[in-house]
Design a protein around this ligand. Structure first.
Ligand code: NAP
Length: 326
């Protein structure tokens, strides 16, 4: 079958149209004829060799499409059914066909009216947003929340999910004023350009600090995030988009000020708890289908994949990119 694969780690140009072996579903797995593949920042990290992968490698952590084949011990899914799927455990979404665990596949119900292009943009970022807000940050109604990279793929989902769960204040940070305009369309009460975070937390929260800070960016932001937390606040560490060196946080500061630092990784979570990840995926799809959570999809042609990776790597994209079938 055709796939966009890499045979060596490196710049966007290593993404190449290739012939690769058709994957076959094993026990508890299904194969999917890919209609659209979501494009994600983490696929840049795989391509660069910063996340372990064995070569040749077909990136792609989420897709929409139709079930092609069902492996042994799979119930409730049939060939031909329209689905959205997390392919994050083994990747492969940039291929014509991808195999994933049946637990990580959600049927697109006819009455839900979700387009295949939109459905491909939900499994990674919207599912992550629900798991991070509900399970990791344990948001309570009335919490004040700060989210970094608010105009990005996951940032645009986190703000809306936080608001829908009853946050009293949702503040986003972005790298530039033009991105502030984008983020403002996604449930944020206030969006600030990151340089303003040098000001005390009191400036944004009436002197209280944030109950939750969500950090997919790392570096300086991470250090500052801990200071911005209110006592008993939770910092969720979920990415390092800045590419900065790892940050040391003081464990003494945690107990002295009553703060929690938690981590989340959808790939690891999906491999350990596939049924729970699948359930969060269904919640995410239902919320998008109902219009409760909005995502702006930009469809790209497969021939534009190199340019798409270049823009993602430079932090120039907003919202969600999905690639049409090969
Ligand atoms: N842990 C998980 O399960 C999980 C799930 C989904 C995503 N993530 C992570 O979350 C991060 C964002 O993912 P995404 O899909 O939202 O990606 P995205 O749409 O590309 O957003 C990334 C954003 O990070 C900001 N950024 C800050 N410093 C940057 C730098 N030096 N280079 C590039 N970008 C920089 C940029 O926004 P500004 O210009 O506003 O700074 C950029 O738009 C990634 O690190 C990704 O791996 C983690």
């Amino acid at each position: 079958m055709k796939a966009i694969a890499i045979s060596r780690f490196g710049p966007p140009e290593v993404l190449d149209f290739s012939e690769v072996e058709m994957p076959q579903p094993g026990s508890g797995e299904v194969s999917v004829d890919v209609a659209f593949a979501g494009i994600n920042f983490v696929e840049v990290l795989y391509r660069q060799g910063l996340v372990p992968a064995s070569l040749p490698f077909v990136p792609g952590i989420e897709v929409s499409g139709h079930i092609r084949e069902v492996g042994p011990d799979v119930e409730g899914l049939k060939p031909g059914e329209a689905v959205a799927a997390l392919t994050i455990v083994k990747s492969g979404g940039y291929g014509e066909v991808v195999v994933t665990a049946a637990d990580l596949v959600a049927k697109l119900e006819r009455d839900e009216q979700i387009e295949l292009a939109t459905a491909a943009g939900v499994p990674s970022n919207t599912t992550t947003a629900y798991l991070v807000i509900d399970r990791v940050a344990r948001l309570k109604a009335g919490d004040r929340v700060l989210i970094h990279a608010a105009a990005g793929g996951v940032g645009t989902q986190l703000g809306q999910v936080a608001k829908s769960r009853g946050a009293s204040l949702v503040v986003g940070t972005v790298g530039s004023p033009s991105k502030a305009e984008v983020a403002a369309r996604y449930g944020y009460d206030q969006v600030i350009v990151r340089s303003r975070l040098a000001e005390p937390a009191a400036t944004f929260t009436d002197g209280q600090g944030f109950d939750i800070v969500i950090d997919p960016v790392g570096g300086e932001m991470r250090e500052r995030s801990l200071d911005l937390l209110a006592p008993m606040g939770r910092l969720v560490v979920m990415g390092n988009a800045s590419g900065a060196d790892d940050v040391r946080l003081s464990s003494n500061q945690l107990w002295l000020t009553g703060k929690t630092v938690a981590g989340f990784n959808l790939a690891d979570f999906s491999s350990r708890y596939p049924a729970e990840a699948g359930s969060a995926l269904r919640t995410a799809l239902a919320a998008v289908a109902a219009g409760d959570i909005h995502l702006e999809i930009e469809e790209i042609d497969p021939r534009a994949i190199v340019e798409a990776h270049r823009c993602l790597e430079a932090g120039q994209t907003t919202g969600k990119l999905v690639m049409r079938r090969l």
